[in-house]
Design a protein around this ligand. Structure first.
Ligand code: GLA
Length: 395
């Protein structure tokens, strides 16, 4: 065998070995995870009682019945490490195992948060140097989901160990995610692995190969239309990287937090469903208006998000301030979001032949919950400012 062929076989062998070792688990998060996360509303203030209340209200509001499952504690639960290096929660979370038991008793799952760096984004202890110990601790408590947030790993490891070498920095970052993935796998407990590194280094091209079940594609969302729409409408082109067990994550929902109108929150929910995004509510579930509940529990929109085909949607066309996004669904159906990004109402027309339909397909409006009628192969509707009309087209 020539030297070149030898090198090539060695390379292929290593790549396959790597691929076999490092892959997201498609039985976890077969559809995008649904649940709640403490950060958008509670931020640093979250405590045990808030998380229990979130679990209670997830059930009593009908969210659990609509598919929400994970109750996720974000940053600021972390206390000190003991003499053996095991992490303990701080005084806001007196007994993490008891909390997990409580959440499980409601038929729900509990998620937690850490960082590959020595500190989390809010300055609490991260997992650096304690990855297996932390994974074992999470498994012992009964944790079902880990959000792993880059933060201090950037200055403490990437910039320190490879100050002027971006390629090396990204290798260090990927290795850190792979390390925690292996630690989670070694526990034997199924734990959804959520990568949070703000979309750096085209994470959608390698997130699944380091075991990610989902990966943030952007910086942090905020509870206002400008930021939400900037993030959401910038997700075009990423559809082919998502699928069962590995999803693009344009960040958590802000629905119900008060900074957007009813129409703007419907846009948020519709766009996230077309994007096959995780649906992690970020509001106070104990104080929801009927409007908020109606958005978060719209089963027809959720069915788009959770469609078993697992294909993410994408932008089909844009004209001025209006955009049509479509998502292929199982049984040959299609979801179509007719979005108006302007502050004035606009008419938007969906030409059925443009999206692959002929004859007389059924058109269903997923917010009014009524069938609507196409005329001469198209459907025209007035869409309110910052609003959406979301349709399901089926033959
Ligand atoms: C980062 C993440 C947020 C949140 C905070 C917590 O900003 O992107 O989603 O987890 O850290 O400190």
């Amino acid at each position: 065998m020539s030297k070149i062929r030898l090198a090539l076989s060695a390379f292929l062998l290593l790549s396959f070995a790597g691929a076999a070792l490092a892959q997201s688990d498609p039985t976890l998060a077969a559809t995008p995870p649904m649940g709640w996360n403490s950060w958008n509303h509670f931020a640093e203030r979250v405590n045990d009682a808030d998380v229990r209340a979130a679990a209670d209200y997830m059930v009593s509001s009908g969210m659990k019945a609509a598919g929400y499952e994970y109750v996720n504690i974000d940053d600021t639960w972390e206390g000190q490490r003991d003499a053996q290096g095991f992490i303990h929660p701080n005084s806001k979370f007196p007994d993490m195992k008891a909390l997990a038991d409580y959440v499980h008793s409601k038929g729900l799952k509990l998620g937690i948060y850490s960082s590959p760096g020595p500190k989390t984004c809010a300055g609490y202890p991260g997992s650096y140097g304690h990855e297996q110990q932390d994974a074992d601790t999470y498994a012992k408590w009964g944790i079902d989901y880990l959000k792993y947030d880059l933060c201090s790993f950037i200055p403490a490891v990437m910039q320190k160990e490879a100050p002027h070498d971006r390629d090396k920095q990204f290798q260090l970052m990927q290795a850190a995610y792979e390390k925690m993935h292996q630690a989670l796998v070694a526990t034997g407990r199924p734990i959804v692995f959520s990568l949070c590194q703000y979309g750096w280094d085209h994470v959608w091209t390698w997130g699944a190969s380091v075991g990610g079940n989902l990966w943030r594609t952007t910086g942090d969302i905020e509870d206002n239309y400008n930021r939400m729409s900037e993030i959401g409408f910038n997700q075009f082109g990423l559809a082919r990287y998502a699928g069962p067990g590995h999803w693009n994550d344009p960040d958590m929902l802000e629905v119900g937090n008060g900074g957007m109108t009813f129409d703007e929150y419907k846009t948020h929910m519709s766009l996230w469903a077309i994007l096959a995004a995780p649906l992690l509510a970020g509001n106070d579930l104990s104080k929801m208006t009927p409007e908020t509940i109606s958005i978060l529990t719209n089963k027809e929109v959720i069915a788009v998000d959770q469609d078993p085909l697992g294909k993410q949607g994408d932008r089909a066309s844009a004209s001025g301030s209006t955009e049509i996004w479509t998502r292929p669904l199982s049984n040959g159906a299609l979801a179509a979001g007719l979005f108006n990004r302007d502050t004035e109402p606009h008419e938007i027309t969906l030409n059925l032949s443009d999206v692959g339909f002929s004859g007389n397909p059924t058109l269903r409006d997923l917010w009014t919950h009524q069938d609507v009628t196409a005329t001469n192969g198209s459907y025209t509707v007035t869409v309110p400012p910052h609003g959406v009309v979301m349709l399901k087209v089926s033959q």
